[in-house]
Design a protein. Structure first.
Length: 294
């Protein structure tokens, strides 16, 4: 068999396709690149006041300390998690001094991620949104403000993004049947969740992490982020409804009018929402606990 395989012409052997490297590979390469940069970029530092804040205008060069590429790449993640900074500013797990790493942030993200993963696994969020869509059939115009507000709440509370993928087929089907186009449905989901993330009021994966590194609490600036969320959501709803109603009155004004037949053929054969399951009392309790947790 081995001899026969070796005799096969080159074109008959399957060609290897390019596979994008994993996130861990990219992070490792970045660590190596940063370690290599220490051989080129001049080293420098600021003087610090009693509060540990850099004093403006005191930047000065210091002797370079080129890092060992492999050692730095391997120790970097460890020091970043729970390294210890000594009096000279050196960070290592074997030092004596103050904790330097971001293990608290890592554990925060891990716990919140597990909480959201369990909630999504119950199907409560998917079933709840599908229930809203079902109740609003025949009143599709109201879907825009109601669903965009729901998606915005998801975005601002926990960074809802890829979780919306399951709803595109369902909502596009309903919107096409109501006389709108697929772009109206996509904008409803994408802008709703996107504006919510933009005005991340209590989003632990954005505002929570940033607040931790900035040394502030997540409540600081909450009013400003809430204003961004409310105004942004209102403008988003106005923009999408304005476009959707224009398309419903004159389908030729759709930006994807040339795809109308193809979209109807693809989406008008299903999308009843039954794949999300029934919205049960158990789901309602889970959603209530989910929002109370924030």
């Amino acid at each position: 068999m081995t001899e026969m395989a070796e005799q096969l012409p080159a074109e008959s052997k399957p060609k290897k396709k390019f596979e994008f490297p994993s996130a861990f590979t990219i992070l490792f390469l970045l660590l190596v690149l940063i370690a290599a940069a220490t051989f080129i970029i001049p080293a420098g530092t600021y003087d610090y006041n009693e509060d540990g804040e850099p004093v403006p205008g005191t930047y000065h060069e210091v002797p370079s300390n080129p890092q060992k590429l492999l050692v730095s790449a391997l120790k970097g993640p460890i020091n970043g998690m729970y390294g210890i900074e000594d009096e000279t500013g050196n960070v290592d797990v074997w030092n004596y001094g103050e904790l330097f790493g971001a293990i608290d942030v890592a554990m925060f993200v891990l716990i919140i991620g597990g909480f959201l993963g369990v909630t999504m696994k119950t199907g409560a969020i998917n079933a709840g949104i599908a229930w809203v869509v079902e109740k609003l059939q025949g009143k599709e115009k109201w879907m825009f403000p109601i669903l965009m507000t729901i998606f915005a709440i998801g975005g601002t509370s926990y960074g809802m993004a890829e979780e919306t993928l399951a709803f595109y087929a369902l909502i596009i089907t309903v919107m096409l049947a109501a006389g709108y186009d697929g772009l109206s449905a996509a904008a409803l989901i994408l802008l709703g969740a996107g504006i919510g993330v933009l005005g991340s009021t209590i989003n632990p994966f954005a505002t929570g992490i940033a607040s931790g590194f900035a040394g502030t609490t997540i409540s600081e600036g909450l009013i400003g982020r809430l204003i961004i969320l409310v105004i942004g959501t209102a403008l988003g709803i106005w923009f999408v409804v304005r476009y959707a109603e224009k398309v419903k009155q004159d389908p030729s004004k759709s930006l994807i009018h040339d795809q109308k037949a193809a979209n109807e053929a693809q989406f008008m054969t299903g999308g009843s929402g039954s794949e999300f399951g029934e919205f049960t009392g158990r789901h309602k309790v889970i959603l209530a606990l989910f929002f109370l947790a924030f």
